[in-house]
Design a protein around this ligand. Structure first.
Ligand SMILES: NC(=O)c1ccc[n+]([C@@H]2O[C@H](COP(=O)([O-])OP(=O)(O)OC[C@H]3O[C@@H](n4cnc5c(N)ncnc54)[C@H](OP(=O)(O)O)[C@@H]3O)[C@@H](O)[C@H]2O)c1
Length: 325
């Protein structure tokens, strides 16, 4: 069995990457080396520097690199985790190629969401660069037989599911949802997701060539499930937490197709991604079907949606995220 001992996070200063890095730092005794990639070609800011300093203070190494083409910063790592945001997802093939040249053999691409094989997800614009990344890994596996990767799928991060961007206006207790009140999505809290992520990193990889006969070989998919509430249940929970009944309008999912076409005509990529997400969500593409892998890590007991959202509504950071502060 092979064990991942050195990990580099690319995209560590992003919203989700920050959580991953702190969770890794909290378990640094399980690893020989934990580092984050600091892309010096990206704009610097006091917030970013403060995030990097918080990593340093937890014993995380900061590795500088200018863009993703050079193999040098990737040397010496067993595994690269890439929690890159929507506008950087297309950089993953470049990172993979440079890192393979540097000797890296395991990748966690920027997934951390829906199962791309569900429904029409594979052909949705929102997932285009995640699909291209999967295809790139498959292609590189042809010339790099010991290449491995892990897809961590969850559905949605609970705290993110009620953002304005996804149609929920927490300030005015209103929402515009594409789909119906019976529509479901799978939700897992951010702390639970990163806890599972760290456990999957510690899960030994079989030797190359071992006949594992499943997706749990060096090319693994983990499906971690929290809960799969309907929109009606989500708004009921929001009412419990805020004391306010949300005024919810449910819209025809397929009308988001017109929105998507308009966004393409306008050249507005963010609007195009938002419309595509409405189609995915409205068609239950963020529902995580069984089988789930939670049983492999019984020490983690996913928190309920209510516990997670109560904590978020009490937190300054999430209140800002929700437009409440
Ligand atoms: N399932 C869910 O509900 C859910 C929710 C949230 C996130 N996620 C997933 O988690 C992953 C990370 O998402 P995120 O929201 O945390 O990402 P994010 O905050 O937007 O960005 C993450 C990182 O991408 C880097 N980046 C590099 N080049 C960039 C460019 N050209 N434009 C913008 N950013 C660039 C950013 O660097 P700088 O620090 O230099 O800006 C940042 O470190 C994605 O796969 C996303 O789908 C899933």
């Amino acid at each position: 069995m092979a064990i991942i001992k050195s990990v580099l996070v690319v995209g560590a200063t992003g919203r989700f990457g920050t959580y991953i890095t702190h969770a890794l730092a909290a378990q640094r005794s399980s690893f020989d080396r934990i580092a984050v990639f600091n892309d010096t070609s990206r704009p610097a800011s006091p917030e970013k520097e403060s995030t990097l300093n918080s990593f340093r203070s937890e014993g995380v190494e900061v590795v500088d690199g200018h863009g993703y083409h050079s193999e040098q910063p990737f040397r010496g790592f067993d595994c690269i985790i890439m929690p890159l945001g929507n506008h950087a997802l297309n950089q993953q093939p470049t990172i993979i190629d440079a890192a393979i040249a540097a000797g890296v053999r395991h990748f966690y691409p920027s997934e951390f969401g829906a199962d791309l094989l569900v429904g029409q997800n594979w052909t949705q614009r929102y997932y285009r660069d995640k699909v291209l990344t999967r295809q790139h890994l498959e292609k590189r596996a042809q010339d790099t037989p010991d290449l491995g990767w892990t897809y961590l799928t969850i559905g949605r991060l609970t705290e993110w599911a009620i953002l304005d961007h996804f149609g929920v206006d927490n300030k005015n207790h209103r929402a515009q949802i594409y789909g119906t009140k019976e529509g479901r999505q799978s939700l897992l809290s951010t702390p639970d997701t990163v806890a599972y992520l760290v456990e999957t990193l510690k899960d030994p990889l079989p030797e190359v060539g071992a006949n594992v006969g499943s997706t749990k070989g060096r090319r693994r998919t983990y499906r971690m499930h929290g809960s799969s509430p309907t929109w009606a249940e989500i708004f009921e929970t929001l009412k419990e937490i805020t004391g306010k009944e949300y005024e919810v309008t449910y819209l025809d999912v397929e009308s988001a197709k017109e929105e998507e076409q308009q966004a393409i005509a306008d050249g507005d990529v963010d609007a195009e991604l938002a419309a595509s997400h409405k189609l995915i969500q409205g068609r239950a593409g963020t529902c995580l079907p069984e089988p789930w892998d939670n049983g492999r890590f019984p020490a983690i007991k996913p928190e309920s949606m209510e516990v997670v959202l109560r904590r978020a509504f009490a937190s300054k950071k999430y209140r800002r995220f929700y437009g409440l502060a």
